[in-house]
Design a protein around this ligand. Structure first.
Ligand code: SME
Length: 155
């Protein structure tokens, strides 16, 4: 099946499950689960949450996959770059990204999408890692940004 069709299908599943739920952790857990089930190439799927007790630091949230790092500061890794810039990061080859954090050596490419709340404040980043290079493109960016916005910024 084409990527677009899978996103379309999983989008309606996510809205059906999370549409009536306001708890962010419950929604993060459900989104990680549904996207992980939907795509074979998604090896690690999950959220790093902005830790308001620390300056410029993310702490691991709900995820599916192998053990992730617990904390990532904004000056490190692809997740840090997404949090710092507020922009989605697509990395085709993590070995060429200076400062990439290798929580799992199998990871080869990734996409990290900033997650905003209703007040347009950054609350987390959503990280998807693949064991193949060049897995993610503008199609993933479009759908993931749309789904995350609908669940966390528009409910
Ligand atoms: N991919 C991240 C690190 C987190 S994990 O791989 C789960 C990064 O370089 O930001």
């Amino acid at each position: 099946m084409k990527k677009e069709s899978i996103y379309k299908q999983v989008e309606s599943e996510i809205y059906a499950v999370c549409g009536g739920e306001n708890n962010k952790i419950a929604n993060m857990a459900s989104i990680s689960c549904l996207l992980n089930q939907a795509f074979n190439d998604f090896y690690w799927v999950g959220f790093y949450i902005v830790d308001h007790d620390k300056k410029d630091e993310l702490v691991v949230g709900p995820y599916q996959g192998t053990l992730g790092c617990l904390r990532i500061s904004y000056d490190r890794g692809v997740c840090g770059a997404a949090a710092r810039t507020g922009l989605t990061q697509i990395v085709d080859d993590v070995d060429k990204f200076s400062g990439h954090i290798a929580c799992d050596n199998l990871t080869k490419s990734e996409i990290v999408v900033p997650v905003y709340n209703e007040e347009n404040l950054l609350i987390a980043v959503f990280d998807v890692d693949s064991i193949k290079t060049s897995t993610f493109d503008a199609v993933d960016q479009l759908w993931l940004e749309k789904i995350l916005k609908a669940i966390f910024a528009e409910t």
